[in-house]
Design a protein around this ligand. Structure first.
Ligand code: ADP
Ligand code: ADP
Length: 227
């Protein structure tokens, strides 16, 4: 089976139908951009794919495992073990140094503080942040903070990384740096990637893209293969 698949996803919020029957396939190591205007259902799709929201109908399958049938508690554990998350700027814990932000997901899975800190420093080195591990998020630039977020998403060796507007608060050049780092390191780590963005130049970093309108996938295409 594909690494991650959605079949006939429907999700309503009161009278609003945010997803009206969406199918998605994500292959091993593939990066997928989800595009569309504000309010089209992108975040709802990402949240359903990531097991944060439960769909009203349809299926979400992680290597064939029916994630939509799991309880809240089981999905929470599955997210920790199998997924990494990168959101818009401001997601890091402000009072913790960068290295501890990165180490945290590994410690939550039972890795010792010492080992998790060592791993976190290696990730920060790898992402061009050598020597910056002791800085708090407020002492980093926006692009540096997003690199820390990428390290934090990858430290547990996830199957899939989910990124919601990861360049939303960055200028264009910095956004491109972050997308290059995100797509390259995710691929090198063997993870698949889902990126929600309204920016076509951001989507171009991904292998493939889908276009969402009014809760339906209305188009698909390949990225510009800038890598
Ligand atoms: P996008 O990410 O493309 O901006 P969303 O998935 O956030 O779109 O939203 C799709 C639609 O569902 C919008 O009409 C939005 O207002 C609505 N919606 C999303 N989440 C909720 C919610 N928690 N409660 C009520 N309406 C919601
Ligand atoms: P993003 O900027 O990442 O798309 P949003 O600002 O759209 O995030 O939504 C943030 C949170 O609020 C999400 O959990 C989303 O489901 C929820 N939400 C979105 N639209 C609405 C709405 N109309 N009413 C209530 N909650 C909403």
């Amino acid at each position: 089976p594909p690494r991650l698949a959605a079949r006939g996803l429907v999700r309503r919020f009161g009278p609003t139908t945010a997803l009206a029957g969406v199918d998605v396939d994500l292959a091993d190591g593939e990066s997928l951009a989800v595009m569309g205007p504000s309010g089209s259902g992108k975040s709802t799709l990402l949240h359903c794919l990531a097991g944060i929201l439960r769909p009203d109908a349809g299926a979400v399958l992680l290597r064939g495992l029916p994630v939509h049938e799991l309880s809240e508690r089981e999905r929470s554990l599955l997210r920790r073990e199998h997924y990494g998350f990168v959101f818009q700027f401001g997601q890091l814990l402000a009072e913790l140094p960068a290295v501890e932000n990165v180490a945290l997901p590994a410690m939550l899975l039972g890795t010792s503080r010492r080992e998790a800190t060592d791993q976190a420093r290696r990730w920060l080195d790898h992402l061009g942040l050598a020597g910056m591990g002791d800085r708090r998020p407020g002492e980093l630039s926006g692009g540096q903070a997003q690199r820390v977020a990428v390290a934090r998403a990858l430290i547990t060796g996830p199957d899939v990384v989910f990124a919601d507007e990861p360049t939303g608060s960055l200028d264009q050049a910095t956004g491109h740096d972050v997308m290059q780092i995100l797509t390259e390191t995710t691929r090198a780590a063997g993870a698949s990637l889902v990126v929600v963005t309204h920016d076509a130049t951001v989507a171009a970093w991904c292998d493939r893209r889908i276009e969402v309108r009014d809760g339906l996938v209305v188009g698909a295409g390949v990225g510009q293969a800038q890598r």
